[in-house]
Design a protein around this ligand. Structure first.
Ligand code: NAD
Length: 435
Protein backbone atom coordinates (compact mmCIF):
# COMPACT_ATOMS: atom_id res chain seq x y z
CA UNK A 1 0.00 0.00 0.00
CA UNK A 2 1.44 3.34 -1.07
CA UNK A 3 1.91 6.01 1.61
CA UNK A 4 0.64 8.55 -0.91
CA UNK A 5 -3.08 8.31 -1.54
CA UNK A 6 -4.34 9.29 -4.97
CA UNK A 7 -6.19 12.56 -4.75
CA UNK A 8 -8.08 12.10 -7.96
CA UNK A 9 -9.19 9.56 -10.60
CA UNK A 10 -7.10 7.79 -13.24
CA UNK A 11 -5.71 11.06 -14.58
CA UNK A 12 -5.26 12.56 -11.10
CA UNK A 13 -2.10 13.68 -9.38
CA UNK A 14 -0.51 12.48 -6.15
CA UNK A 15 -0.21 14.60 -3.04
CA UNK A 16 3.10 16.46 -2.68
CA UNK A 17 5.80 14.79 -0.58
CA UNK A 18 5.42 17.17 2.36
CA UNK A 19 1.91 15.80 2.84
CA UNK A 20 2.95 12.17 3.06
CA UNK A 21 2.71 9.59 5.82
CA UNK A 22 2.40 11.04 9.34
CA UNK A 23 2.73 14.56 7.89
CA UNK A 24 -0.62 14.09 6.19
CA UNK A 25 -3.50 16.16 7.40
CA UNK A 26 -6.69 14.39 8.45
CA UNK A 27 -8.13 14.60 4.93
CA UNK A 28 -5.06 12.84 3.52
CA UNK A 29 -5.46 10.12 6.12
CA UNK A 30 -9.07 9.66 5.10
CA UNK A 31 -8.01 9.37 1.44
CA UNK A 32 -5.59 6.57 2.38
CA UNK A 33 -8.40 4.76 4.17
CA UNK A 34 -10.60 5.01 1.07
CA UNK A 35 -7.80 3.66 -1.14
CA UNK A 36 -7.58 0.60 1.09
CA UNK A 37 -11.23 -0.23 0.60
CA UNK A 38 -11.55 0.22 -3.17
CA UNK A 39 -10.36 -3.34 -4.00
CA UNK A 40 -13.33 -4.71 -2.02
CA UNK A 41 -16.04 -2.61 -3.66
CA UNK A 42 -16.63 -4.77 -6.74
CA UNK A 43 -18.65 -3.02 -9.44
CA UNK A 44 -19.34 -0.11 -7.06
CA UNK A 45 -15.65 0.89 -7.33
CA UNK A 46 -16.73 2.80 -10.43
CA UNK A 47 -18.33 5.34 -8.10
CA UNK A 48 -15.51 5.46 -5.54
CA UNK A 49 -14.22 8.89 -6.48
CA UNK A 50 -17.48 10.29 -5.06
CA UNK A 51 -16.02 9.42 -1.66
CA UNK A 52 -12.89 11.49 -2.33
CA UNK A 53 -14.71 14.75 -3.01
CA UNK A 54 -16.85 16.61 -0.49
CA UNK A 55 -20.19 17.49 -2.03
CA UNK A 56 -20.15 21.03 -0.62
CA UNK A 57 -17.74 23.06 1.56
CA UNK A 58 -18.64 26.46 2.95
CA UNK A 59 -16.12 28.83 4.55
CA UNK A 60 -17.67 31.72 6.46
CA UNK A 61 -16.38 34.83 8.16
CA UNK A 62 -17.78 35.19 11.69
CA UNK A 63 -17.33 38.76 12.95
CA UNK A 64 -18.43 39.69 16.48
CA UNK A 65 -18.00 42.63 18.81
CA UNK A 66 -15.93 41.62 21.83
CA UNK A 67 -16.81 42.84 25.33
CA UNK A 68 -14.00 45.42 25.13
CA UNK A 69 -15.54 47.03 22.06
CA UNK A 70 -13.11 45.67 19.45
CA UNK A 71 -14.22 43.58 16.48
CA UNK A 72 -12.90 40.01 16.13
CA UNK A 73 -13.19 37.83 13.03
CA UNK A 74 -13.27 34.03 13.25
CA UNK A 75 -13.10 31.54 10.41
CA UNK A 76 -15.96 29.05 10.32
CA UNK A 77 -16.65 26.01 8.17
CA UNK A 78 -19.49 23.65 7.30
CA UNK A 79 -18.71 20.74 4.99
CA UNK A 80 -21.28 18.31 3.60
CA UNK A 81 -19.26 15.35 2.43
CA UNK A 82 -22.03 13.14 1.05
CA UNK A 83 -25.82 13.19 1.10
CA UNK A 84 -26.59 10.12 -1.00
CA UNK A 85 -28.29 8.32 1.92
CA UNK A 86 -30.02 11.31 3.52
CA UNK A 87 -29.38 14.76 4.97
CA UNK A 88 -25.92 15.72 6.18
CA UNK A 89 -25.25 15.00 9.84
CA UNK A 90 -22.28 15.77 12.05
CA UNK A 91 -21.00 17.89 14.89
CA UNK A 92 -19.61 21.39 15.24
CA UNK A 93 -16.17 21.86 16.79
CA UNK A 94 -14.78 25.03 18.39
CA UNK A 95 -11.00 24.71 18.58
CA UNK A 96 -8.02 26.91 17.82
CA UNK A 97 -6.51 24.25 15.52
CA UNK A 98 -9.60 23.61 13.36
CA UNK A 99 -8.74 23.63 9.64
CA UNK A 100 -10.69 22.99 6.47
CA UNK A 101 -8.73 19.72 5.99
CA UNK A 102 -9.80 18.58 9.44
CA UNK A 103 -13.46 19.47 8.93
CA UNK A 104 -13.46 17.77 5.52
CA UNK A 105 -12.06 14.58 7.03
CA UNK A 106 -14.47 14.68 9.96
CA UNK A 107 -17.39 15.14 7.55
CA UNK A 108 -16.23 12.15 5.50
CA UNK A 109 -15.86 9.98 8.61
CA UNK A 110 -19.45 10.96 9.45
CA UNK A 111 -20.61 9.63 6.05
CA UNK A 112 -18.86 6.34 6.79
CA UNK A 113 -20.07 6.19 10.40
CA UNK A 114 -23.71 6.93 9.57
CA UNK A 115 -23.68 4.26 6.89
CA UNK A 116 -21.89 1.80 9.20
CA UNK A 117 -24.72 1.93 11.76
CA UNK A 118 -27.24 2.32 8.93
CA UNK A 119 -28.91 5.53 10.09
CA UNK A 120 -30.46 7.41 7.12
CA UNK A 121 -27.94 10.25 6.95
CA UNK A 122 -25.08 11.45 4.86
CA UNK A 123 -22.01 13.01 6.47
CA UNK A 124 -21.26 16.60 7.43
CA UNK A 125 -19.18 18.52 9.96
CA UNK A 126 -18.56 22.09 11.01
CA UNK A 127 -16.18 24.11 13.08
CA UNK A 128 -14.83 27.48 14.08
CA UNK A 129 -11.14 28.18 14.45
CA UNK A 130 -11.24 29.61 17.97
CA UNK A 131 -10.19 28.78 21.51
CA UNK A 132 -13.57 29.25 23.20
CA UNK A 133 -11.91 29.40 26.63
CA UNK A 134 -10.72 32.91 25.68
CA UNK A 135 -14.29 34.15 25.15
CA UNK A 136 -16.82 35.41 27.69
CA UNK A 137 -20.23 33.74 27.69
CA UNK A 138 -21.71 36.68 25.80
CA UNK A 139 -18.96 36.57 23.17
CA UNK A 140 -19.42 32.80 22.80
CA UNK A 141 -23.15 33.26 22.26
CA UNK A 142 -22.68 36.04 19.69
CA UNK A 143 -20.09 33.97 17.80
CA UNK A 144 -22.32 30.87 17.82
CA UNK A 145 -25.35 32.81 16.60
CA UNK A 146 -23.48 34.61 13.80
CA UNK A 147 -21.90 31.31 12.67
CA UNK A 148 -25.32 29.62 12.65
CA UNK A 149 -26.81 32.45 10.63
CA UNK A 150 -23.93 32.28 8.12
CA UNK A 151 -24.28 28.52 7.59
CA UNK A 152 -28.10 28.80 7.77
CA UNK A 153 -28.26 28.74 3.98
CA UNK A 154 -27.17 25.09 3.88
CA UNK A 155 -28.39 23.57 7.18
CA UNK A 156 -31.93 22.58 8.15
CA UNK A 157 -33.90 19.63 9.60
CA UNK A 158 -34.09 17.93 6.18
CA UNK A 159 -30.79 19.28 4.78
CA UNK A 160 -28.00 19.07 7.34
CA UNK A 161 -28.30 18.67 11.11
CA UNK A 162 -25.38 19.82 13.34
CA UNK A 163 -24.64 18.41 16.82
CA UNK A 164 -22.06 18.90 19.61
CA UNK A 165 -18.39 18.00 19.23
CA UNK A 166 -15.20 19.18 20.92
CA UNK A 167 -15.90 22.30 23.04
CA UNK A 168 -19.55 22.56 22.02
CA UNK A 169 -22.43 21.45 24.21
CA UNK A 170 -26.18 21.58 24.85
CA UNK A 171 -26.16 25.33 25.43
CA UNK A 172 -24.44 25.96 22.09
CA UNK A 173 -27.04 23.71 20.42
CA UNK A 174 -29.84 25.71 22.09
CA UNK A 175 -28.40 28.97 20.68
CA UNK A 176 -28.01 27.36 17.24
CA UNK A 177 -31.60 26.08 17.28
CA UNK A 178 -32.91 29.47 18.40
CA UNK A 179 -30.93 31.41 15.77
CA UNK A 180 -32.01 29.14 12.94
CA UNK A 181 -35.63 29.28 14.16
CA UNK A 182 -35.58 33.09 14.40
CA UNK A 183 -34.34 33.33 10.81
CA UNK A 184 -36.99 30.85 9.64
CA UNK A 185 -39.82 32.46 11.60
CA UNK A 186 -40.80 29.14 13.21
CA UNK A 187 -39.33 26.95 15.91
CA UNK A 188 -37.37 24.15 14.23
CA UNK A 189 -36.16 21.84 16.99
CA UNK A 190 -34.94 19.24 14.45
CA UNK A 191 -32.23 21.50 13.02
CA UNK A 192 -29.69 20.34 15.62
CA UNK A 193 -29.35 17.37 17.96
CA UNK A 194 -27.68 17.21 21.36
CA UNK A 195 -30.09 19.92 22.59
CA UNK A 196 -31.20 20.39 26.21
CA UNK A 197 -34.00 17.95 27.11
CA UNK A 198 -36.43 20.85 27.61
CA UNK A 199 -35.91 21.99 24.00
CA UNK A 200 -36.58 18.67 22.27
CA UNK A 201 -33.36 16.95 23.29
CA UNK A 202 -33.28 13.22 23.85
CA UNK A 203 -32.78 11.35 27.08
CA UNK A 204 -29.55 9.37 26.88
CA UNK A 205 -27.92 11.60 24.23
CA UNK A 206 -25.26 13.02 26.57
CA UNK A 207 -24.01 9.56 27.50
CA UNK A 208 -24.62 7.93 24.10
CA UNK A 209 -21.14 8.12 22.57
CA UNK A 210 -19.43 6.81 25.70
CA UNK A 211 -22.09 4.10 25.99
CA UNK A 212 -21.44 3.08 22.38
CA UNK A 213 -17.68 2.94 23.07
CA UNK A 214 -18.38 0.67 26.01
CA UNK A 215 -20.85 -1.49 24.03
CA UNK A 216 -18.49 -2.24 21.12
CA UNK A 217 -15.59 -2.62 23.56
CA UNK A 218 -17.53 -5.25 25.51
CA UNK A 219 -18.51 -7.09 22.32
CA UNK A 220 -14.91 -7.13 21.07
CA UNK A 221 -13.67 -8.26 24.50
CA UNK A 222 -16.10 -11.19 24.31
CA UNK A 223 -14.80 -12.13 20.85
CA UNK A 224 -11.15 -12.17 21.98
CA UNK A 225 -11.81 -13.74 25.38
CA UNK A 226 -10.86 -10.69 27.46
CA UNK A 227 -12.43 -10.54 30.94
CA UNK A 228 -13.55 -6.93 31.51
CA UNK A 229 -13.59 -7.54 35.25
CA UNK A 230 -9.80 -8.01 35.12
CA UNK A 231 -9.08 -5.36 32.48
CA UNK A 232 -6.97 -2.24 33.06
CA UNK A 233 -8.04 0.80 31.02
CA UNK A 234 -6.18 3.99 30.04
CA UNK A 235 -8.18 6.92 28.68
CA UNK A 236 -6.99 10.00 26.81
CA UNK A 237 -9.54 12.81 27.03
CA UNK A 238 -11.96 13.12 29.92
CA UNK A 239 -14.74 15.07 28.24
CA UNK A 240 -18.11 13.84 27.08
CA UNK A 241 -16.81 10.67 25.44
CA UNK A 242 -13.81 9.70 27.60
CA UNK A 243 -15.39 10.31 30.99
CA UNK A 244 -18.58 8.35 30.25
CA UNK A 245 -16.68 5.46 28.66
CA UNK A 246 -14.35 5.36 31.68
CA UNK A 247 -17.32 5.38 34.05
CA UNK A 248 -19.06 2.50 32.25
CA UNK A 249 -15.90 0.37 32.09
CA UNK A 250 -15.33 0.98 35.82
CA UNK A 251 -18.95 -0.01 36.52
CA UNK A 252 -18.29 -3.25 34.61
CA UNK A 253 -15.45 -4.02 37.03
CA UNK A 254 -12.50 -2.77 34.95
CA UNK A 255 -9.75 -0.68 36.58
CA UNK A 256 -9.18 2.73 34.99
CA UNK A 257 -5.46 3.19 35.68
CA UNK A 258 -4.55 6.34 33.72
CA UNK A 259 -6.36 9.41 32.41
CA UNK A 260 -4.91 12.21 30.31
CA UNK A 261 -6.58 15.51 29.50
CA UNK A 262 -5.43 18.86 28.04
CA UNK A 263 -3.70 19.76 31.32
CA UNK A 264 -1.75 16.55 32.01
CA UNK A 265 -1.80 12.87 32.90
CA UNK A 266 -2.73 11.07 36.13
CA UNK A 267 -1.88 7.47 36.97
CA UNK A 268 -3.07 5.09 39.67
CA UNK A 269 -2.29 1.40 39.03
CA UNK A 270 -4.79 0.22 41.67
CA UNK A 271 -7.56 1.96 39.71
CA UNK A 272 -8.96 5.49 39.91
CA UNK A 273 -12.13 6.15 41.90
CA UNK A 274 -14.29 7.18 38.92
CA UNK A 275 -17.23 8.86 40.70
CA UNK A 276 -14.75 10.95 42.73
CA UNK A 277 -12.69 11.76 39.61
CA UNK A 278 -15.82 12.85 37.71
CA UNK A 279 -16.74 15.19 40.57
CA UNK A 280 -13.16 16.54 40.72
CA UNK A 281 -13.05 17.17 36.95
CA UNK A 282 -16.46 18.88 37.00
CA UNK A 283 -15.24 21.16 39.82
CA UNK A 284 -11.69 21.89 38.60
CA UNK A 285 -12.07 21.66 34.81
CA UNK A 286 -9.28 19.07 34.67
CA UNK A 287 -8.29 15.70 36.12
CA UNK A 288 -5.01 17.21 37.35
CA UNK A 289 -4.65 17.50 41.11
CA UNK A 290 -6.81 14.44 41.78
CA UNK A 291 -5.64 12.60 44.91
CA UNK A 292 -4.19 10.04 45.54
CA UNK A 293 -3.25 9.56 41.86
CA UNK A 294 0.29 10.41 40.81
CA UNK A 295 1.12 12.77 37.95
CA UNK A 296 3.18 11.33 35.09
CA UNK A 297 4.69 12.96 32.01
CA UNK A 298 2.26 13.19 29.09
CA UNK A 299 4.51 11.08 26.88
CA UNK A 300 4.60 8.29 29.51
CA UNK A 301 0.86 7.80 28.97
CA UNK A 302 1.72 5.61 25.96
CA UNK A 303 3.87 3.27 28.11
CA UNK A 304 1.20 2.63 30.75
CA UNK A 305 0.52 -1.04 31.48
CA UNK A 306 -3.07 -1.57 30.37
CA UNK A 307 -5.32 -3.94 28.44
CA UNK A 308 -7.58 -1.36 26.81
CA UNK A 309 -6.53 2.06 25.54
CA UNK A 310 -9.24 4.60 24.70
CA UNK A 311 -8.11 7.69 22.80
CA UNK A 312 -11.03 10.10 23.32
CA UNK A 313 -9.52 13.54 22.70
CA UNK A 314 -8.27 14.69 19.28
CA UNK A 315 -6.90 13.36 15.99
CA UNK A 316 -3.47 11.90 15.24
CA UNK A 317 -2.53 10.99 18.80
CA UNK A 318 -1.37 7.43 18.10
CA UNK A 319 1.48 7.81 15.61
CA UNK A 320 4.44 5.80 14.32
CA UNK A 321 6.39 7.33 17.23
CA UNK A 322 4.30 5.79 20.01
CA UNK A 323 2.32 2.89 18.47
CA UNK A 324 5.17 0.44 19.16
CA UNK A 325 5.11 1.30 22.86
CA UNK A 326 1.41 0.72 23.50
CA UNK A 327 0.87 -2.21 25.89
CA UNK A 328 -2.89 -2.60 25.37
CA UNK A 329 -4.41 -5.57 23.52
CA UNK A 330 -7.28 -3.42 22.34
CA UNK A 331 -7.57 0.23 21.28
CA UNK A 332 -11.09 1.69 21.19
CA UNK A 333 -11.23 4.91 19.21
CA UNK A 334 -13.60 7.20 21.09
CA UNK A 335 -12.09 10.20 19.28
CA UNK A 336 -12.35 10.71 15.55
CA UNK A 337 -9.16 9.94 13.64
CA UNK A 338 -6.85 9.38 16.63
CA UNK A 339 -4.64 6.80 14.83
CA UNK A 340 -2.48 7.60 11.79
CA UNK A 341 -2.40 4.97 8.99
CA UNK A 342 1.25 4.14 9.80
CA UNK A 343 0.36 3.62 13.44
CA UNK A 344 -2.62 1.52 12.37
CA UNK A 345 -0.25 -0.81 10.50
CA UNK A 346 2.13 -1.04 13.45
CA UNK A 347 -0.72 -1.92 15.82
CA UNK A 348 -2.03 -4.54 13.39
CA UNK A 349 1.43 -6.13 13.05
CA UNK A 350 1.65 -6.25 16.84
CA UNK A 351 -1.78 -7.92 17.04
CA UNK A 352 -3.38 -5.01 18.86
CA UNK A 353 -7.08 -5.00 18.00
CA UNK A 354 -8.21 -1.52 16.92
CA UNK A 355 -11.93 -0.73 17.13
CA UNK A 356 -12.13 2.15 14.66
CA UNK A 357 -13.83 5.47 15.31
CA UNK A 358 -16.32 4.92 12.48
CA UNK A 359 -18.03 2.23 14.53
CA UNK A 360 -16.68 2.72 18.08
CA UNK A 361 -17.97 6.27 18.55
CA UNK A 362 -21.15 5.91 16.46
CA UNK A 363 -23.35 5.79 19.58
CA UNK A 364 -23.64 9.58 19.62
CA UNK A 365 -25.02 9.91 16.14
CA UNK A 366 -27.30 6.92 16.69
CA UNK A 367 -29.05 8.65 19.59
CA UNK A 368 -28.92 11.94 17.64
CA UNK A 369 -30.96 10.09 15.03
CA UNK A 370 -33.41 9.06 17.76
CA UNK A 371 -33.58 12.70 18.89
CA UNK A 372 -34.33 13.90 15.35
CA UNK A 373 -37.05 11.25 14.90
CA UNK A 374 -38.59 12.23 18.25
CA UNK A 375 -38.52 15.93 17.27
CA UNK A 376 -40.33 15.23 13.99
CA UNK A 377 -43.03 13.19 15.71
CA UNK A 378 -43.08 15.32 18.93
CA UNK A 379 -43.30 12.05 20.80
CA UNK A 380 -40.55 11.25 23.28
CA UNK A 381 -39.20 7.90 24.42
CA UNK A 382 -37.98 6.75 27.83
CA UNK A 383 -34.26 6.54 28.58
CA UNK A 384 -34.49 2.75 28.92
CA UNK A 385 -36.05 2.50 25.45
CA UNK A 386 -33.33 4.71 23.99
CA UNK A 387 -30.46 2.82 25.62
CA UNK A 388 -31.93 -0.54 24.61
CA UNK A 389 -32.31 0.57 20.96
CA UNK A 390 -28.80 2.07 21.00
CA UNK A 391 -27.21 -1.11 22.34
CA UNK A 392 -29.11 -3.26 19.84
CA UNK A 393 -28.03 -1.15 16.84
CA UNK A 394 -24.40 -0.98 17.99
CA UNK A 395 -24.19 -4.73 18.66
CA UNK A 396 -25.76 -5.65 15.31
CA UNK A 397 -23.55 -3.23 13.39
CA UNK A 398 -20.42 -4.45 15.17
CA UNK A 399 -21.29 -8.10 14.59
CA UNK A 400 -21.73 -7.51 10.85
CA UNK A 401 -18.41 -5.65 10.65
CA UNK A 402 -16.63 -8.34 12.68
CA UNK A 403 -17.86 -10.97 10.21
CA UNK A 404 -16.73 -8.95 7.17
CA UNK A 405 -13.28 -8.54 8.78
CA UNK A 406 -13.05 -12.32 9.29
CA UNK A 407 -14.30 -13.06 5.78
CA UNK A 408 -11.80 -10.77 4.00
CA UNK A 409 -9.03 -11.06 6.62
CA UNK A 410 -8.86 -7.28 6.95
CA UNK A 411 -8.74 -4.87 9.88
CA UNK A 412 -11.97 -3.77 11.53
CA UNK A 413 -11.38 -0.30 10.05
CA UNK A 414 -11.24 -1.61 6.51
CA UNK A 415 -14.22 -3.88 7.24
CA UNK A 416 -16.25 -0.90 8.49
CA UNK A 417 -15.28 1.08 5.40
CA UNK A 418 -16.30 -1.88 3.18
CA UNK A 419 -19.75 -2.12 4.77
CA UNK A 420 -20.29 1.65 4.83
CA UNK A 421 -18.87 2.53 1.41
CA UNK A 422 -20.94 -0.21 -0.22
CA UNK A 423 -24.08 1.28 1.33
CA UNK A 424 -23.16 4.84 0.28
CA UNK A 425 -22.18 3.92 -3.26
CA UNK A 426 -25.16 1.60 -3.72
CA UNK A 427 -27.41 4.55 -2.84
CA UNK A 428 -25.41 6.71 -5.27
CA UNK A 429 -25.87 4.14 -8.00
CA UNK A 430 -29.62 3.76 -7.37
CA UNK A 431 -30.11 7.52 -7.47
CA UNK A 432 -28.00 7.93 -10.59
CA UNK A 433 -26.24 11.07 -11.71
CA UNK A 434 -28.15 14.28 -12.24
CA UNK A 435 -28.62 15.45 -14.96
P1 NAD B 1 -14.94 17.28 24.96
O1 NAD B 1 -14.64 18.68 24.61
O2 NAD B 1 -16.10 16.98 25.83
O3 NAD B 1 -13.64 16.61 25.64
C1 NAD B 1 -12.38 16.63 25.04
C2 NAD B 1 -11.38 16.11 26.07
O4 NAD B 1 -10.09 16.01 25.45
C3 NAD B 1 -11.19 17.01 27.28
O5 NAD B 1 -11.06 16.22 28.44
C4 NAD B 1 -9.87 17.73 26.99
O6 NAD B 1 -9.20 18.11 28.19
C5 NAD B 1 -9.12 16.63 26.28
N1 NAD B 1 -8.01 17.13 25.47
C6 NAD B 1 -7.99 18.23 24.67
N2 NAD B 1 -6.75 18.36 24.13
C7 NAD B 1 -6.01 17.36 24.59
C8 NAD B 1 -4.66 16.96 24.40
N3 NAD B 1 -3.84 17.67 23.61
N4 NAD B 1 -4.21 15.86 25.04
C9 NAD B 1 -5.02 15.14 25.84
N5 NAD B 1 -6.31 15.46 26.07
C10 NAD B 1 -6.80 16.56 25.45
O7 NAD B 1 -15.05 16.50 23.57
P2 NAD B 1 -15.81 15.14 23.27
O8 NAD B 1 -17.17 15.46 22.82
O9 NAD B 1 -15.60 14.19 24.40
O10 NAD B 1 -15.01 14.64 21.98
C11 NAD B 1 -13.78 13.93 22.08
C12 NAD B 1 -13.53 13.21 20.78
O11 NAD B 1 -14.63 12.33 20.52
C13 NAD B 1 -13.42 14.09 19.54
O12 NAD B 1 -12.52 13.50 18.64
C14 NAD B 1 -14.81 14.04 18.96
O13 NAD B 1 -14.82 14.33 17.57
C15 NAD B 1 -15.16 12.61 19.24
N6 NAD B 1 -16.60 12.32 19.22
C16 NAD B 1 -17.46 12.98 20.05
C17 NAD B 1 -18.81 12.65 20.04
C18 NAD B 1 -19.80 13.27 20.97
O14 NAD B 1 -20.97 12.85 20.95
N7 NAD B 1 -19.42 14.21 21.81
C19 NAD B 1 -19.28 11.68 19.14
C20 NAD B 1 -18.38 11.03 18.32
C21 NAD B 1 -17.04 11.37 18.38
Amino acid sequence: MSATPSLSGPSGHALPSYLQADQLGPWGIYLQQVDRVIPYLGHLARWAETLKRPKRALIVDVPIELDNGTIAHFEGYRVQHNTSRGPGKGGVRFHQDVTLSEVMALSAWMSVKNAAVNVPYGGAKGGIRVDPKTLSRGELERMTRRYTSEIGIIIGPTKDIPAPDVNTNEQIMAWMMDTYSMNQGATATGVVTGKPIDLGGSLGRREATGRGVFTVGSEAARHIGMDLGQARVAVQGFGNVGSIAAKLFAQAGARVVAVQDHAGTIYQPAGLDLPALLAHAAREGTVMGFQPAETIANDSFWDVDCDILIPAALEQQITAANAGRIKARMVIEGANGPTTPQADDILQERNVLVLPDVIANAGGVTVSYFEWVQDFSSFFWSEDEINARLVRIMKEAFEGIWNVAQQHKVSLRTATFIVACQRILHARELRGLYP
